[in-house]
Write a protein that binds this ligand. Sequence first.
Ligand SMILES: Nc1ncnc2c1ncn2[C@@H]1O[C@H](COP(=O)(O)OP(=O)(O)OP(=O)(O)O)[C@@H](O)[C@H]1O
Length: 260
Amino acid sequence: MGNAPQTANEDFILRASKLTKTFRGFTAVNEVDINVRRGHIHAVIGPNGAGKTTCFNLLTKFLQPTGGTIHFDGIDITRRAPADIARLGLVRSFQISAVFPQLTALKNVRVALQRRTRGDSFDFWRAERCLSALEDEAMSLLEAFGLSAFSGVPAAELAYGRKRALELATTIAVNPRMLLLDEPMAGLGREDIERVAEIIRRIARGRTVLMVEHNLSVVSRLSDHITVLARGEVLAHGDYATVSNDERVIEAYLGSAAHV
Ligand SMILES: Nc1ncnc2c1ncn2[C@@H]1O[C@H](COP(=O)(O)OP(=O)(O)OP(=O)(O)O)[C@@H](O)[C@H]1O
């Protein structure tokens, strides 16, 4: 379907329209439309310098757009602050999680669960007794993320892939409606990639995921819908078969290290 227009009555949880970002006269993102369907895993891909990271930072409100609008579940969030949209349920990985290296995996998840029930602020003076009430829930989250054997291990001592899994577990603990992941596979070896891909698949049950990802093999297996950016503009969108057969996409990737 390439660049076919998307109709207004489809159930999009996130809608970015004509999103634009200019840095001192250089337009890094130019009138980009991204519509993310509720319950989908949506990937944003593109060759180096395409504007993916800038787009991600615009959607998570870490950057203010020069132009365009962003709606989350019908609410105009174009001018909202990151913490504000996190409260609405649109959460960037590692925005909330902040894994504490000296705390065990279990304590990290427990603190994150406490945060869900108490909102944004930590209250370290809360009785240890109260935190213990969340122990069972924390253990089952660790189990879901393949970390139960590491519950007593300080986060700092976990292998890289497991640390990534813990970060995702603490993000999910706050129960976001939509999760935005910035290159979740970056720096991971083959085995960890499989593990994290499975975690993302599980996370996506019952919520929406948008990810910027370089690993096209992962994108092809995980994504329901893909937006391809090149030179700050949307080149194509659709499922993997559609975009990977698009002449303009193939051309944009030629000469870059990755091929679709
Ligand atoms: N703060 C900034 N100031 C000036 N130019 C910027 C800034 N941030 C990004 N750019 C430029 O905008 C363009 C898009 O960058 P961006 O990092 O969004 O691309 P990307 O698709 O994420 O690239 P990569 O895959 O290499 O990470 C690049 O030309 C980059 O140099």
